[in-house]
Write a protein that binds this ligand. Sequence first.
Ligand code: ADP
Length: 351
Amino acid sequence: MKERVILVFNVGSSSIKYSLFKNYELLKSGNYERLKTKEDYEDSVKKIFEKINSEIDIIIHRVVHGGDLKKPSRITEKIKKRIKEFSEFASLHNPKQIRVIELCEKYKKPQYAVFDTMFFSEIPEIARTYAIPKEITKKYGIRRYGFHGLSHEYVSRNMKGKTITCHLGAGSSISAIINGKPADTSMGLTPLEGLIMGTRSGTIDPGIIFFLEKKGYDAEEMLSEKSGLKGVSGYNDFRDVRSKMNKDKNCKLAYEMFVYSIVKAIGSYIAAMNGIDNLVFTAAIGENVPMLRRDVCSHFSYLGIRLNKEENEKNSKMISSKSSKAKVWVKKTDEERTAVEEVLKILRTSE
Ligand code: ADP
């Protein structure tokens, strides 16, 4: 296969992660955090190109919402227009990702987009359909799209049977996967549905939204940026919530609510799949917090899920005990590598 130097951008709501690959080999990576303004993003992109200081063949962007785009796409004006259209459903992410794509244009390299939604494009109709009028869902493309697809796909690879993957970070989602095929996922039309997150409410009574709008609040901003752990405790960073929870009752409540939302999602997918063979924890919180994994798994003792205490404390790859009825894993996610693999797959077929 042709050798290519590939720069991958993983642009988040307040950060830019980047990785440099030579085909599948990782050469360099880094990140810029706590970005707020347009200038912060511009500055970071400039610094990344300065730091890389080597010839690049292609640039790949992880794009959160790709709507009905099922495959990685070479970025053209048409694709940019599609990504902009779906910004409405991912207002914290897509606009920033488009901005970084446009900033990269001046380097005149082929650019590709890999979408977080791709993995879930084939989830069954029963799981992807919202019970609202059909003509409306059709007109606007309203359905469950699901997010963190690169991560859920990566950590569930080679897992046989019924698998539940828990991607727990600033944004969190849980998926049900049967023999590698997604059956359901907790995020929906937007990355706001599902679990409680750093600043996102997750699933709430839709009546709350109508009420807030009537009272004159910007419900979207409130539920996306001021809710979740931050709304309950004042802290959006999980590490703060955890370190203060012994003294601060709001932090304790936020932690317990987070665990409870994870437990409910896992429980519902065990029921939906009529069983579980593998439970996988990933992303910054899933990979690094034994206490949280223990607290979550304690709710499934009735099913015979048992942790090996020592392995859990060490964040080992396999943390279930020998007698456990399902295997419990800690897997380090790698969205950037998955993005590279997806793009090289399509490039290889055209070589
Ligand atoms: P994003 O969803 O933007 O990619 P991350 O996956 O980096 O975010 O997750 C960020 C969250 O993970 C923050 O709440 C942070 O507190 C938490 N976090 C990061 N590292 C650790 C760690 N080592 N232990 C516990 N929590 C962590």
